[in-house]
Design a protein around this ligand. Structure first.
Ligand code: NAP
Length: 245
């Protein structure tokens, strides 16, 4: 029996998991929602680094690691490749194409948090859509700025920061309203490449606002790389790994 360990946590991974039979395992870190209606096994929580993942792969009789995690979840992607080598199984990955700036976009790439804060200095009303990371910096907000911070869940803000808890997909009209009501003058985003979160970029363009884009991490080389869910499902079927439901 062939057995896939699917590392997920994003929409495309869930779409693959929905097509996997009961011998396969869908693995989640445990930060988002855990689906309860899948035909495959669902496992929640870390493995304890690459060594822990390799041990799991060997003990569970996994013969393929399929990395379909978020493009900024670089740690687990590196662990997947290291663990696959240690366990002697192949590692495949579903990668997401990055968004590309158009002629009317003013995107400014920043490498890390210090670069981001420097680039942000001229602005007053930033909208952060980076997840939870900015929460650690709420005490550092300069006096001339008021931050709007959107994360998956709501957290306490402070007198210079409002935290909004919201999960995509986001609609263009709602994003327009968010920018309008908060008087946003700059957007801060990862380049996730997801259609679910793309409308904010349309609004920034409409309003002529700059976007500070956090650079994508470098992801490791894998045995096979795919760019769509359909390609992955075909490859699983053709290699005898899958019994699509
Ligand atoms: P990360 O920095 O690459 O991983 C941190 C640790 O979390 C890993 O070392 C691993 O723990 C555990 N982990 C991550 N993904 C896992 C998975 N699918 N199954 C089991 N353990 C996992 O990841 P992150 O950026 O914190 O993201 C966590 C999860 O959220 C990822 O699965 C990712 O697909 C999803 N996600 C991330 C983002 C983002 O912007 N980063 C956005 C949307 C969804 P151990 O070392 O103990 O094994």
């Amino acid at each position: 029996m062939k057995r896939v360990l699917l590392l997920g946590g994003v929409t495309e991974a869930l779409a693959i998991a929905r097509r996997l039979g009961p011998q396969h395992i869908y693995s989640l870190a445990g930060v988002g929602r855990v689906p309860t209606d899948l035909g495959c096994e669902v496992r929640v929580g870390g493995f304890g680094g690459a060594e822990g993942l390799a041990t799991f792969v060997q003990q569970a009789g996994i013969d393929l690691i399929l990395d379909a995690t978020h493009p900024y979840a670089a740690q687990i992607s590196h662990n997947a490749v290291t663990a696959a080598k240690m366990a002697g199984v192949p590692c495949w990955a579903l990668r997401r194409p990055a968004w590309q700036a158009g002629p009317d976009d003013d995107w400014r790439e920043v490498a890390d948090w210090p670069e981001l804060i420097t680039a942000l200095a001229p602005f007053q009303r930033p909208l952060f859509t980076l997840g939870r990371e900015p929460l650690q910096h709420l005490h550092e907000i300069p006096a001339h700025q008021f931050w709007t911070l959107r994360a998956l869940d709501v957290y306490p803000g402070n007198e210079r920061c409002e935290v909004i808890g919201a999960r995509g997909p986001f609609r263009l009209q709602d994003e327009r309203e968010l920018f309008e009501t908060r008087n946003i003058d700059v957007l801060i985003s990862k380049n996730s490449g997801s259609t679910a979160t793309e409308p904010k970029l349309d609004v920034a363009r409409e309003r002529g606002l700059p976007v500070l884009v956090l650079k994508r991490p470098v992801l490791p080389e894998v045995d096979r790389t795919f760019w769509s869910v359909g390609e992955v499902l075909d490859a699983l079927r053709n290699s005898g790994h899958s019994n699509p439901l």
